[in-house]
Ligand binder design. Sequence first.
Ligand code: IPM
Ligand code: MG
Length: 351
Amino acid sequence: MKVAVLPGDGIGQEVTREAVRVIEALSLGIELTEAAVGGAAWKATGHPLPPETLALCEASDGILFGAVGDPDCDALDRHLRPEQAILGLRKALTLFANLRPAKVFKGLENHSALRPEVSSAIDLLIVRELNGDVYFGEKGFRTAANGDREGYDVMSYNESEVRRIAHVAFRAAQGRRGKLCSVDKANVLETSQLWRDVVIEVARDYPDVSLDHMYVDNAAMQLVRNPGQFDVVVTGNLFGDILSDQASMCVGSIGMLASASLGERQTAYGTYGLYEPIHGSAPDIAGKGFANPMATILSAAMLLRHSLGQAEAADRIEAAVALALEDGALGRDLGGTAGTTEIGDAVVARL
Ligand code: IPM
Ligand code: MG
């Protein structure tokens, strides 16, 4: 089992270190190889996604990713910015399905931005499309007729892209509570109208799943009003980016949300994928030793489950995280005092 480890920038370094310690503590014989990505890679090689990093990822069974983003790079041309590394990996490896589960861990009900009786009902999965939308459309700057500077980013989805993510979402719903909510903005956007039409077509293959549709503004509101109503949410790249950050605060902290990005490629042990916390590089707290590594540790569990066929080991990590939280291994993001390595220690000790 080969895993590429790409810590990236800012707190990506420190949180990934803890997730690696957790994987190593399981002694599963996984070969972990580190490579540079993001602003760190740009500084070292002049490119945020060096060819050797991409080659290592291609030759691995899965990728553990930290975070990218570095204020030193804000003035660079877009194709050299750290974010292009993660966007480039998702696209080059056709990782089109991003799974972002959100569930309140026992004992964290009081840390949610929502009232405990509202937050404790959260157990949802956001299935975010990752290879299309306004993220990958034509973009640029131009001059308007009146001489104004203008920026533009084209939003589009074709039916195959919608169909393949819809299938992932319906299958996920079958394995959960059988409810799927498709989020769009079909009252305004043609892209969303097509999205909705195609999701309805795909629904015919899944008579056992109940499907409804919600406009994204309403979904944002329902996510804080009554998040317990959601089981699986499927949505496009941009709406999924926004709603998953929002969902993270509903369960307590963005430092808790893991994610898996999957495509169709199979490994010898499961489905090839990239695993990352949904939070960013947080340059303001990088290197200070108090970033919460739980989201990355939970991403490592998803890696073991989906790409390496190690469901039992994944269960052990998730159980150890739950126990560590119950025993008070809370970072500052959750009102506690535990530092990054202390939280890693707490999880390793409970494996
Ligand atoms: C995420 C991040 C990325 C995204 C950034 C870093 C490009 O916000 O994974 O949610 O927008 O997809
Ligand atoms: Mg995001």
